[in-house]
Design a protein around this ligand. Structure first.
Ligand SMILES: Nc1ncnc2c1ncn2[C@@H]1O[C@H](COP(=O)(O)OP(=O)(O)OP(=O)(O)O)[C@@H](O)[C@H]1O
Ligand SMILES: [Mg+2]
Length: 466
């Protein structure tokens, strides 16, 4: 553990007192750690369920869920996590209770920085050795908040997130469906100085224009039939925080104009009102469409595009960052095992082979669903190819494989031997065409993987162990 660089050590700080949270956050960030904060036990437990933390520093007295409860549940879902308790109400009783539940240490408030530093360093150093660390995300594979992936492309995305987070400029996140655009938007918000303010999502697609307008800007009583009271819109709800405009490419021309006003002047008008309301929001928009092309075609306003696209972040499709596939697959495996209460440790190497050669038109979301189904269907202790259901597996053309016109067996060979010879050749050809990927070869021949493997062994083209 001590060998891990500080930037890969993930720490969660839980305290309902904002100044304490900020103090610890600043101090720990200075030391180079990756820090996240939670304002109470409930928030903390949500985070712990979704992420792996090396260390949790938690206050005791918090509503609705206190620090002892955080400690207990944290130890249940993630026994490797080190928990340090801090509290202004130091009493030997709570200290003993905390240590009994597996806390590493108990620090009464106020403590000085040096004290805290030393406790953290010791805690991280005395943690179990590398070998008994669980194979889970955050441990080993590089990640950034909820975003997992070690590919150079993802590292670049993490770097960009960090850089843009510090500013208030508008960000446009682009990428195919399921690449993680919303996660990136959230990560920017969480890293930004606005992190304690709201993060509000507006879906601009699939909702009628009139509805989006009233959702976005709100309305005054009597503005239209049915407006019996005034209602604030989502832009106002995001005051001081981040407004995430998802599927921005779907916005109608009329709404594009209204949005331009918001982006340009940082003011809005409620429907049925004449007064301008000024708002302070950082706008992150996302789309899987090619906005530049839409600008050229005249379906997206150029002025709006440039204002939204001040800082662009492009997330590459999963097929272009193959090295992330096994990491993400293992991450989702752990996630769904926890969710379904199953104990499946591994994805078989054949199954992994299939995933590594799949092109994931639905990107990370599709991989997530594949693993979810796999975990649900699998009854053994590893995920086998049979429990992977790949919706759009690319078929390779089979024409070239068809044997020529059948002839009678050559001299000295009976029909069975001859057929066996042909079958073996076909198997070899299929393997050749699929660069040795057995699953693909089976697909090519329209037989089950099991049957293909049986035949390979029969003809000495594979061994039982393979
Ligand atoms: N790098 C990643 N690490 C972990 N999970 C990811 C990653 N990228 C995407 N996901 C998961 O994949 C799913 C889709 O992600 P998200 O909703 O952010 O994609 P999107 O780009 O907004 O897709 P769409 O264009 O369809 O709205 C989510 O469940 C998300 O948690
Ligand atoms: Mg999305």
């Amino acid at each position: 553990m001590s060998k891990l660089p500080a930037s890969q050590v993930k720490i969660l700080v839980v305290d309902d007192e904002r100044s304490m949270r900020e103090f610890l956050e600043i101090m720990l960030r200075k030391e180079g750690y990756w820090v996240q904060t939670a304002a109470n036990g409930k928030e903390a437990l949500d985070l712990i369920r979704k992420n792996f933390f090396d260390l949790v520093i938690t206050d005791i007295r918090m509503e609705p869920v206190g620090g002892l409860e955080v400690l207990k549940r944290c130890k249940r879902v993630s026994p490797q996590t080190v928990v340090i308790i801090i509290s202004a109400y130091a009493s030997t009783e709570t200290a003993v209770a905390a240590m009994n539940e597996g806390a590493y240490d108990y620090l009464p408030k106020p403590f000085n920085i040096e004290e805290m530093r030393a406790v953290i360093r010791n805690a991280l150093e005395t943690r179990g050795g590398e070998e008994d660390r669980p194979a889970r995300p955050g441990d080993g594979p590089l990640h950034f908040g909820c975003l997992i992936g070690e590919s150079p492309a993802m590292r670049k995305v993490y770097e960009l997130i960090q850089r843009v987070a510090a500013t208030s400029s508008n960000v446009l996140v682009t990428g195919e469906s399921g690449t993680g655009k919303e996660l990136v938007a959230k990560a920017i918000h969480r890293q930004s100085p606005r992190r304690d303010q709201p993060f509000v999502v507006v879906n601009c697609g699939g909702v009628p224009e009139s509805l989006i307008e009233s959702e976005l800007f709100g309305y005054r009583k009597g503005a239209f039939t049915g407006a019996t009271t005034s209602r604030k819109g989502l832009v106002e709800a995001a005051q001081g925080g981040t407004l995430f405009l998802d599927e921005i490419g779907e916005l109608s021309p009329v709404l594009q104009v209204k949005l331009l006003r918001l982006v340009q002047d940082k003011t809005i008008k409620m429907i049925g009102d004449t007064v301008d309301i000024s708002v302070d929001v950082r706008i992150i928009s996302a789309t899987n469409r090619d906005l530049e092309k839409m600008v050229i075609e005249g379906t997206f306003r150029e002025d709006l595009f440039y204002r939204l696209n001040v800082l662009p972040i492009r997330i590459p499709p999963l097929r272009d960052r193959g090295e992330d596939v096994p990491i993400l697959a293992q991450h989702f495996l752990n996630k769904f095992c926890r969710q379904f209460g199953k104990d499946i440790r591994k994805i078989s190497s054949y199954a992994m082979d299939i995933l590594n050669h799949y092109d994931f038109p639905g990107n990370v979301r599709e991989l997530e669903h594949i693993i979810e189904r796999g975990v649900a269907l699998e009854s053994s202790s590893i995920v086998l190819p049979d429990s992977l259901t790949l919706a759009t597996y690319k078929k390779i053309r089979t024409d070239s494989l068809l044997p020529g016109r059948p002839t009678i067996p050559p001299e000295g060979m009976n029909l069975d031997e001859y057929l066996a010879e042909i079958e073996k050749k076909i198997l070899q050809q299929a393997l050749q065409q699929t660069q040795g990927v057995k699953f693909k070869a089976a697909e090519l021949l329209s037989i089950s993987f099991r049957s293909f493997r049986y035949r390979l062994i029969k003809y000495g083209l594979a061994t039982e162990e393979e």
